[in-house]
Design a protein around this ligand. Structure first.
Ligand code: COI
Length: 361
């Protein structure tokens, strides 16, 4: 790998963040980019001022969607240290997504180095109010100008940073979810486990229609029978029964979430009965009716934990825990946020601390 280059513009003003950040509306000054060609491999790695990308209208990703991305977060601790949550797991997943749609792998150690350098340079942009963070968005796309359907030969990778608040306007407040059986997000052996824009494009109409009916998002059922729970909005889903916590097993159509994996680990260590298995929507409705269902919640990098207060399925309206977060969802949210900002010990070694000293470039 070539050495990382820097073309940094010294900041002449103090970073002023708005009070209400929202999600993904604001970007920092600098980003990372590098290119790939079959001859050179990944080359020209550079951190530079954010600029528009020059994209040929024939670029293959625009036509055939050969692109992947990741989403991870950096935080600031109370004493000003900078942390990133499980960057190695996200970079590994980026490479798994790359394999599925014929994108060349990246050197994981190098990408971690580039990512931590970028976060360090932009650390003044990390917001510090509860629930806020710096969202890190790595993307790779096929860049050849060519209209035949085949994998691109050349690629661009970039990492963009965005200071964010809560993903949903509800924040940690429970969301209202419509069980979706008119559309599916993904099918087994398809692209569901790959973090590729196609899965998000597939979700838009269902989410729009649900919003128009007053719901926050949809709960996705499996692509074959529309019988088993898959995901909720852009998140993994957990169901809290009285004597068991269940999340759908990774069947190939579900994104292997990093927060999902972290929550499973935390629950196991609490000695709770956590299973990864198929859960049918009928099982959820039956458990609701016989009083053995406590609550449901989503997990994802953007929202962390998103309690589900209400669920609507074929005219059955379910309310969980009086529309309040369950005790468990609240505990998980607090525990994850405390790990992010090192308020509690990072006993799992999930945090990578970033050198927050001024970088000499
Ligand atoms: C995440 O939770 O990181 C997601 O993937 C949601 C994102 C598409 C906004």
């Amino acid at each position: 790998m070539e050495k990382l280059q820097y073309d940094i513009k010294k900041r002449t003003h103090k970073v002023e963040l708005p009070k209400e950040l929202g999600f993904g509306k604001l970007f920092t000054d600098h980003f990372f980019e590098m290119d790939y060609s079959p001859e050179k491999g990944w080359y020209n790695p550079i951190i530079k001022h954010v600029e528009n990308l020059s994209i040929h209208p024939g670029s293959m990703f625009i036509h055939y969607g050969q692109a992947i991305f990741e989403g991870l977060k950096a935080f600031k601790t109370e004493d000003g240290r900078v942390t990133i949550f499980r960057p190695q797991a996200h970079i590994k997943r980026l490479n798994n997504s790359a394999k599925r749609i014929c994108i060349p792998k990246v050197d994981e150690e190098f990408l971690l180095h580039a990512l931590t350098e970028l976060v360090s340079i932009e650390s003044d942009w990390i917001p510090t109010d509860p629930g806020e963070s710096l969202y890190i968005r790595p993307v790779i796309y096929g860049a050849d100008p060519f209209l035949g359907v085949k994998p691109s030969s050349n690629y661009k990778l970039f990492i963009l940073l965005s200071p964010v608040g809560a993903y949903y306007t509800e924040g940690f407040k429970p969301v209202k979810i419509l069980v979706q059986d008119d559309y599916v997000r993904a099918v087994r052996k398809g692209l569901g486990e790959c973090k590729t824009p196609a899965n998000y494009a597939a979700s838009l109409l269902a989410a729009k229609e649900a919003k128009e009916k007053g719901f926050t998002q949809v709960l996705w059922l499996d692509g074959i029978e529309q019988k088993y729970l898959e995901e909720v909005g852009t998140m993994n889903i957990f169901v809290e029964f009285k004597d068991e916590i269940v999340t759908p097993e990774l069947s190939g159509s579900i994104l292997p979430g990093v927060t999902r994996r972290s929550v499973i680990q935390i629950l196991k260590d609490k000695g709770l009965n956590i299973s990864e298995r198929l859960i049918s929507i009928e099982e959820v409705v039956d458990a609701y009716n016989n009083g053995s269902l406590v609550s449901l919640f989503g997990t994802g990098t953007a929202a962390v934990i998103s309690p589900i207060g209400w669920l609507s399925y074929k005219g059955t309206e379910m309310t969980f825990n009086n529309g309040q977060p369950s005790k468990l969802a609240q505990e998980l949210f607090t525990e994850l946020n405390s790990i992010h900002t090192l308020k509690i010990e990072d006993k799992y070694d999930w945090i990578v601390e970033v050198n927050n000293e001024e970088i000499e470039v």
